[in-house]
Design a protein around this ligand. Sequence first.
Ligand SMILES: Nc1ncnc2c1ncn2[C@@H]1O[C@H](COP(=O)(O)OP(=O)(O)O)[C@@H](O)[C@H]1O
Ligand SMILES: [Mg+2]
Length: 383
Amino acid sequence: MKIAVISPSRSSMQEMARCLGAASHSVVLAEGGKSRMRGMAEQEQPDLMIVEGMCCDVNELDQVEYVTTHFPGVAVVLLCSTNTPEFLIRSMRAGVREVLPSPASPAALDAAVQRIASKLAVPHGRSPGKILAFMPCKGGCGATFLATNFGYQLAASKSVLLIDLNLQFGDALSFLHDGKAPVTIADVARDISRLDSSFLAAAAVRVTPNFSILAAPDDPSAAMEVKPEHIEAILKQAVMQYDFVVLDMARTLDPLTIKALDRAYRIFPVLQAGLPHLRNASRLLAVFRSLDYSTEKIELLVNRFERSGDIGVDAIQRSLGAHRLHTVPNSYKDVNASINHGSALVQTARSNAVARNLAELVTTLSPRVEDGQGVLGRLFRRA
Ligand SMILES: Nc1ncnc2c1ncn2[C@@H]1O[C@H](COP(=O)(O)OP(=O)(O)O)[C@@H](O)[C@H]1O
Ligand SMILES: [Mg+2]
């Protein structure tokens, strides 16, 4: 791993560098405090940043949060000589992975680094994020509702960027946020030569610390400026920065859409259990076959499903073939209340069956790792 160490104490920094270097990590050092974090993240793009000397003052966490938000690929560990429960909780909210007592013993440091390395999965740099595309089979089937709320729930444990690829009439942001996006995907396309991690993070609207949305332009004609090569570049950058990139797709199959679908890890065609939906889904699946997409790449989402309906799961599967199929219940009142409120369903109706159902879908894509410890236990590990 590439590890950046920031500390006001040169001797402590050199001691850590010796210990980390002995474990074959590449280490860069910066003498100073948290104000060095942003510059180090930009210039060095480390996998891990260890920052010593921040203690108790929750106001200091703003600069930490800037880094965890704009550089989701950088894990941050703080070393503090004293702290309070409030500081620990605020650290967690700011996206800090662990808070260790300072000075950290070589054993404690090594153990923390190993825990983080094991989560990074790939020892030399982070593995690219996965692209999940939500594709409506028919207008109004609920693709945007599912993409936004699924993304929101997934972001409880992963970093997620949702990109609204409904370029002309995209409304994804309004499902979770009230207010307009100051910058949209059309602005990013216009300035594509500037695209890097900071530019992408700044262009997206931050809905929660771990979840951002790159919105569609307000003006439908601006959509014409977005070309397939822009999408290619944005997706390439996005997977380097986020664990998951959720795409809210338009119901069109043009070169731009196909470019995005080609890169997807999973495509979720969204339909309802009705004949017009099944007919469209069947056409869409035929196109996917002609594009040589594997059966596993496609998982059907049957939205607003009711067991008492005319068309059951067996009939859908007979008509659409051997894809994984996931049904989402119908819940008109709560779903509409959440959309009208511009808030995620888990926020407005935590125990709603649709929210619980989406939590299950999240688990199939990103199984939870239980370590049997509470939040404070995970954050504050004693040497
Ligand atoms: N699971 C659900 N239960 C009840 N109503 C739903 C559900 N999912 C979506 N809807 C309704 O469908 C409408 C259209 O959803 P939307 O996500 O905009 O569709 P699409 O993006 O496919 O055009 C929403 O405004 C909401 O009223
Ligand atoms: Mg939509």
